[in-house]
Ligand binder design. Sequence first.
Ligand code: SF4
Length: 262
Amino acid sequence: MKPREVSPYKLNLFLQCARQYYFEYLDPQISPIKREIKKKRPELEMGNCVHDSLTLFFKKPLEERTRQTMSTVFKNVWEGPKGELWGFNSIEKERQCYREALVMLKRFLKNENLNPSIFALPVSPPGKSFDDYKKIPFTEDLELGGKIDRVDITPEGSLEIIDYKTGKEKDGTLQLMVYVFLAEGLFNKPVSKASYLYLKSGGWKSIIPEKILHEKARKEILEIVDKITIEAEWSPNISKLCAYCDYIDFCPAKEEAKEFIK
Ligand code: SF4
């Protein structure tokens, strides 16, 4: 079945494992109750807290963008219903994630421009990223969606997209190109640069989205959508990523998949 909408998450889920995609979006028994099935993951929660802290930090006036402000903002963001409810099975795990997050934020303060010309930020942190999920028409019967972490504007009037990453560095840039399409559709301005900022290492990975990249990304997105549309088997694709799959207990390959859970 052809999806009516795709996002970087959805495209990636299908590429990782068609069966996981099926559980999430199509399985008549599992998909309607996926919110109850999905587990809270400490690393994911930590990442959300870091993203929300950076957004709230940049909503402060420049003179308040200090180390003290960042610590206070982060502490307040973290003081949600943490503990086991959020996947932290021990106080040690929670403290470890807290420390890791704080190191990333301090590195950011030390190395990055704290006075960028910000054009757009998420409107609703902490904890309501769903409200910042935006969609644009991509083809006649397909929408493109996603949530952009930060958009800056250059003196020439073009946009620069920044996507914060709290996990490992990866190669693909399709996610960035989806955000380029989104920003151009939402704000009606050209995008001159789109970057991942890896908060653990402080490394940047940037693309200049020229016409040829637009064409390549458009083709790639539509090819994945075509594959989803004609997929019939929804076969499991067993890999180390099974360890993070919320549907492992329902998976026809669960015995093999569970080998990846330490
Ligand atoms: S457990 Fe692994 S193979 Fe099974 S659905 Fe999840 S990701 Fe796919």
